[in-house]
Write a protein that binds this ligand. Sequence first.
Ligand SMILES: Nc1ncnc2c1ncn2[C@@H]1O[C@H](COP(=O)(O)OP(=O)(O)O)[C@@H](O)[C@H]1O
Ligand SMILES: [Mg+2]
Length: 279
Amino acid sequence: MTAGSSQQAHIIVLGNEKGGSGKSTTAMHVCIGLLRLGYRVGTIDLDARQGTFTRYMANRFEYIARNKLAMPSPVHFPIEKSKAPTVEEQEQQDHDFFMMAIDELTHATDFIVIDTPGSDTYLGQLAHSYADTLITPMNDSFIDLDVLARIDSGTQAVKGPSIYTKMVTEQREKKKSRDGHNLDWIVMRNRLSSLDARNKREVGELLEQISELYGFRLAPGFGERVIFRELFLKGMTLLDMKEDPEHKMTMSAISARQEVRELLRSIAPETIKGYPARK
Ligand SMILES: Nc1ncnc2c1ncn2[C@@H]1O[C@H](COP(=O)(O)OP(=O)(O)O)[C@@H](O)[C@H]1O
Ligand SMILES: [Mg+2]
């Protein structure tokens, strides 16, 4: 038995039913960030058909091997949606694979980071019901607020929860009745700076309102930065810059790294289930 093996890993799920909001990018950065704090991390890609997270990870393994680098990486599980003939069989198989991955990782790691597909799937919902922390990255725009709530386009009044928010509420209750714990839901505004100051403030005010109505908190997100694409191709993150032989330290990259650290701080791993922060 390894140290801490009686503890169950803290599960972080990345969710937002819109593709392109930054789930896979954030999943990778949170994972590497936690590894670099000294935690043991396992990862699961539930969007293995599109496979962004899994490709990101494969790029990393390749880059590390090619350059003979000593960099931390997680144990990674890609899970593809079942192709069984009936919906019942598919859900049973999806459930069994998911639970197998969780069982495999839960005592061997401190954190499990799960990336989910953009669309509404059984596997995605199941993962939400197991999340201790749910991170929803959203593009910083009025249009993208509709992933959280229905907004009156004229008055900008909140008319009700979105389908996604209803789903989160439902899975949150499932979790609560299963293990008695609350889901900590964090919404982060991604690709900041695409808006002018006034729009940015208005999106911020509406988000504050929605957060009180539906029970999430806001975390600082990442600015709009071209570096993310280059990092993906190498399997690197902003937290690997020092050891990446090809990396050029720019001011933009340093600010971006600071943003990732702020996000990690707001997840607050040092308070999660009593794990001490390890430098
Ligand atoms: N803050 C950002 N600035 C610039 N590009 C970003 C940012 N966040 C994500 N991207 C890019 O946007 C695309 C979609 O991001 P991704 O993480 O794959 O989203 P999702 O998993 O939600 O579909 C990727 O090409 C990624 O590199
Ligand atoms: Mg993705």
